[in-house]
Design a protein around this ligand. Structure first.
Ligand code: PMP
Length: 285
């Protein structure tokens, strides 16, 4: 049976799920989105994802043509139409069909798209042995130009960084902000551990306020581990005992090498491993 995709209140077979080439989501990346996980039929932190989607939309003057409750229902309906218990949910809201000009006022209704699919997980080896990442020259978007807190459909900044990373043989890449501080990776937030304490860049470093980031900060604090949201430099990463990334798809993933420097002893550290386990429990129990 073909996978069903939700578009504006109706379910379409994947091959029939189409939108106009005049949609400003396509023409200009004018829109917002969310990536969400479902574990055993339960959508993880749905309220937080919907709040972030609505905040992203508000920041770009986009009015989502339904309530959060209706969106939650539509997500559950799409998951159940596809019989997906463990999967990935992509919610996209575009500006809608417009003219070839930029003016969003000339666009019709915003379009709401919900795709639910099986999740392509990272290879187990990365979780067991850790990732190697590099810092790329593509600077994270300046918050005063396009705030990284907005999860917008224009991901070129991240894609350019991802290409640089891939060309260097790394599946994730570290981006610095306009001040040269550590910001985040192309699709994940970054944490370091030093002397038993955790540090991660603050939101005003120009990063996405990751839902997984928030969940992991909560888990660490509950375990009595101090978490500081403070500006970090590359130097702080190089001298860390441990480093890990967080994201909806990756969950918690250890990093053992950054810019060819070995982090700690080159193995996923004890605090990282503990948080990986705790996050696993949080999502699967
Ligand atoms: N930073 C960026 C740039 C992202 O795109 C994402 C989501 N893939 C994250 C961080 C992690 O956020 P979350 O934990 O909400 O998935």
């Amino acid at each position: 049976m073909a996978l069903k995709v939700y578009i504006n209140g109706k379910l379409y077979d994947k091959d029939e799920a189409k939108i106009s080439v005049y949609d400003h989501g396509l023409l200009y990346g004018d829109g917002v989105f969310e990536g969400i996980r479902s574990y055993s039929g339960k959508v993880f932190r749905l309220r937080e994802h919907l709040d972030r989607l609505w905040n992203s939309a508000k920041a770009i003057w986009l009015e989502i043509p339904m309530t959060k409750e209706e969106m939650a229902q539509a997500i559950h309906d799409t998951l159940s139409a596809n019989g997906i218990l463990d999967g990935y949910i992509r919610v996209v809201v575009t500006r809608g069909v417009g003219t070839l000009g930029l003016d969003p006022n000339r666009c019709s209704q915003p379009q709401v798209i919900i795709i639910t699919d099986l999740i392509a997980l990272y290879p187990e080896d990365y979780y067991r042995n850790g990732l190697e990442i590099i810092t790329v020259s593509t600077t994270r978007n300046h918050p005063a130009a396009l705030n990284p807190r907005i999860k917008s459909l224009n991901y070129l900044n991240n894609i350019l960084a991802k290409i640089e990373g891939l060309q260097a043989g790394c599946i994730e890449a570290l981006m610095l902000n306009h001040k040269g501080e550590v910001a985040e990776c192309t699709g994940d937030n970054i944490f370091v551990v030093r002397q038993g304490r955790i540090a991660t860049p603050p939101i005003d470093a120009g990063i996405l306020e990751g839902i997984t980031r928030d969940a992991v900060i909560g888990l660490a604090r509950q375990s009595g581990i101090e978490v500081a949201e403070i500006p970090l430099t590359r130097h702080d990463v190089y001298i860390a005992d441990e480093c890990f990334l967080t994201g909806t798809a990756a969950e918690v993933i250890p990093v053992v090498k950054v810019d060819s420097r070995t982090i700690g002893d080159g193995r996923p550290g004890p605090i990282t491993r503990d948080l990986m386990q705790q996050f696993h429990k949080l999502t699967r129990s």
